[in-house]
Design a protein around this ligand. Structure first.
Ligand SMILES: *Cc1c(COP(=O)(O)O)cnc(C)c1O
Length: 194
């Protein structure tokens, strides 16, 4: 899975520190974690490596303080209250993707498309938050809805003049590439390389 269009981030929730270390020595230097506690343990165990750490899971505001200065990129900025806490604890600007909910599933995190303008307005004075792009998650087992979502994300990123689009996982990365993904978050497929 080589692509020069997009950066491939290994979604490493499935992997132990030792497996991450193996992947690192095969050339994977970007890892994305979903859980704060697991990530902090892996960071500690792998602190001799130059890993770029992405946080790609739902982030609870009460966990921000303990991890926000450890990560390099946040993919899941999804509400004003989270932005507010990041602004409080982060020491230097954090590159962030805004997570957008484009599949209209209520249980899924993300800002609704019609609330994006308001969200940009809410965070405009936060100098610790640097919006670099938009992120979305496709709909499980629904390639049509997933492709619609990826196409919308691409359009929205253009509308807001944002360079990056974080979308595409093991089952839908080809659709994501078709719609100009720049950051793929790939988990299970890496099992083939371990
Ligand atoms: C686990 C996960 C991925 C990777 O999923 P796979 O289907 O294993 O490729 C991508 N993004 C997020 C937010 C995840 O939680």
């Amino acid at each position: 899975m080589i692509t020069d269009q997009a950066k491939v981030i290994c979604a490493s929730k499935y992997f132990t520190s030792e497996q991450i270390r193996k992947l690192y020595h095969k050339g994977v230097h970007d890892f994305g974690e979903n859980r704060v506690q697991d990530m902090l343990i892996k960071m500690e165990e792998l602190n001799d490596l130059s890993i770029t750490w992405h946080f790609i899971g739902h982030l609870q505001t009460n966990k921000v303080k303990m991890m926000i200065n450890e990560i390099d990129i946040l993919h899941t900025l999804d509400r004003p209250s989270l932005a507010e806490v990041i602004q409080k604890y982060r020491e230097k600007p954090l590159p962030c993707f805004i997570q957008v909910n484009l599949t209209e599933e209520d249980q899924k995190s993300g800002i609704a498309r019609e609330n994006l303008n308001q969200f940009f307005n809410d965070i405009k004075n936060y100098d610790k938050i640097e919006i670099i792009g938009l992120m979305t998650i496709g709909k499980d087992d629904d390639p049509l809805k997933t492709e619609e979502a990826f196409q919308k994300l691409d359009e929205l990123a253009n509308t807001y003049h944002l360079p990056f689009r974080s979308m595409g996982m093991t089952n839908d990365y080809e659709l994501a590439l078709k719609h100009h993904a720049t950051h793929l978050r790939i988990g299970r497929k890496f099992l083939e390389f371990i």
